[in-house]
Design a protein around this ligand. Structure first.
Ligand SMILES: [Cu+2]
Length: 502
């Protein structure tokens, strides 16, 4: 697969490949069991994942990795596997997102750049389904781009591939004659941004412990530009399918339809967490629209997306709110939501997945830094070879190792000395002792209120299109009160460290 550098088109964090699609029968409006639907499997060549990487690539998809003839795509299930076909545990390596884009197509509602999205994968591993009677029109001459972000949580080099299963109906088959083509519309609370994220930690109140973007942002996040979460329909159409994307902590993506002064909730992509710790990890599935769901919309109607996160447990600054809607232009068969109620309720596209089994947080694996000796006069902590020096909890097995101590009112400076072009690290508070086994829901950014800090991702990447902070240093707040502070790296959560303020 040839790698090319493009301006970042999209970014979406999420993943891929769910195991069990809904088994709705054809009578329910699905394609399941319908004769003439081909089940095609595609995969990339081996992709070398650098130690610890969390970066983004755009690659052209060779013709061999696409259907050979024109036709209609009606289902997509992306995933990431090792070369032997096994799916890696999500706490080891995962597809943070993959977005399959058609560079030969356009959509009135595109992500950043004007390339047409087709489907995407994220850690939530949603399966995309287009209901019976509709399909995404594919041409073998289409040029596809895959925007991929693979996150290696470990300091080991790995080889993986992206895989995607498509249900496909050749254009020459009798079945194709009854298909109405649909176009994917990309709704995004940060539509147009290369790295479309928002900060949940900016919330200022709210008794329910939840935060909805953009509705509950204290100051209008769109004050200096277009309302990114809104999209005005260019023509009458029927919406036939929708599914959302969220990061851990995300609870739901709502799509509202506004006409004149009236507004209706027409679709909700609801998160179901299988993780016993609640909305903190990737052990989650989102609802997609039911196969019978339809909404008739008129030219000038406004679609808007509103994304709600839990703000109590693991809220942070890198959250997404996206819904992909498949739209049949000029199809007026769908019920008008203002005349006939349209249920926003969807259905899960898969259950708990085995690759999310390792939640972590049980066994104690590091010493308790609160009991370790301190060394006064510390000024700098170097991050090298995935260790915090001094202060790494792993180093404290050596009884002679000490925790760096900084005087109250002073700061400690952290410097990332790994290869900052792709080895990005953060210094993020976790509640002491923060010394248990790493998993998809441990550690959490649960430093005590008033003493929380987060460095951002120290490293370099394309500005505005990656999460890199584009700096390699960070200073601890000088306002911290006395005590021992434990922290971890959000990108490599086995990395733990401590310092003391005295
Ligand atoms: Cu790190």
């Amino acid at each position: 697969m040839s790698r090319v550098v493009l301006a970042c088109l999209v970014v979406l964090c999420g993943l891929v490949g769910a195991s069990a699609a809904s088994a709705a029968s054809a009578a329910d409006g699905s394609w399941d069991g319908v004769n003439g639907v081909q089940h095609l499997h595609f995969e990339t060549g081996p992709i070398t994942v650098k130690p610890g990487q969390n970066s983004i690539d755009n690659v052209f998809v060779p013709d061999a990795q696409k259907p050979k003839v024109d036709g209609y795509i009606v289902r997509a299930r992306p995933d990431l596997t090792y070369l032997d076909g096994k799916v890696p545990p999500v706490d080891v390596i995962h597809l943070h997102h993959g977005v399959w884009l058609n560079a030969s197509g356009t959509s009135p509602a595109s992500p950043a750049g004007q390339v047409q999205p087709i489907f995407f994968g994220g850690e939530e591993k949603t399966v995309f389904r287009i209901p019976r009677g509709y399909g995404y029109a594919y041409k073998k001459s289409d040029k596809w781009i895959l925007n991929e972000m693979i996150h290696n949580n470990t300091p080991n080099r790995e080889k993986v591939r992206l895989v995607w299963d498509l249900d496909f109906i050749p254009a020459t088959s009798p079945l194709a004659k009854s298909i109405t083509p649909v176009i994917p519309f990309w709704l995004d609370v940060r539509r147009g941004w290369g790295y479309p994220v928002f900060d949940v930690a900016q919330r200022t109140g709210g008794a329910d412990g939840q935060f909805t973007f953009p509705d509950e942002v204290p100051t209008d996040p769109y004050a200096n530009g277009p309302k990114q979460n809104e999209f005005s329909m260019p023509y009458d159409a029927t919406l036939v399918s929708a599914v959302g994307h969220l990061h851990p902590g995300g609870l739901r993506d709502d799509v509202r339809l506004t006409r004149g002064g009236s507004s209706k909730l027409i679709f909700r992509s609801q998160a179901k967490y299988y993780d016993p710790a609640g909305p903190v990890s990737w052990d989650v599935s989102l609802t997609a629209s039911k196969t019978k769901w339809r909404a008739g919309v008129k030219a000038g109607d406004v679609l808007s997306i509103h994304s709600t996160y839990d703000a109590r447990q693991s809220s942070w600054y890198e959250n997404m709110g996206i819904v992909l809607v498949f739209v049949a232009p000029h199809d007026t068969s769908g019920p008008d939501p203002f005349a006939t109620p349209v249920s926003p309720e969807g259905e899960l596209t898969h259950g708990h997945l085995a690759e999310n089994n390792h939640h972590g947080g049980k066994a104690v694996v590091y010493p308790d830094a609160r009991r370790a000796a301190g060394k006064a006069g510390a000024t700098t902590v170097k991050i090298k070879d995935y260790q915090f020096r001094p202060g790494d909890l792993g180093l404290l097995y050596n009884k002679k190792a000490k925790v760096p101590v900084v005087a109250k009112g002073q700061s400690l400076t952290f410097v990332n000395q790994d290869d900052a072009s792709y080895e990005w690290h953060s210094i993020t508070t976790c509640r002491a002792p923060c010394n248990r086994q790493t998993g998809i829901s441990y550690p959490l950014a649960n430093g005590l209120a008033g003493t929380q800090f987060d460095s951002g991702q120290l490293g370099y990447g394309l500005a505005g299109a990656t999460p890199a902070a584009n700096r390699v240093t960070w200073k601890t707040p000088s306002t911290l009160s006395q005590g021992t502070y434990t922290y971890f790296c959000r990108i490599h959560p086995f990395m733990r460290g401590a310092f003391r303020v005295q």
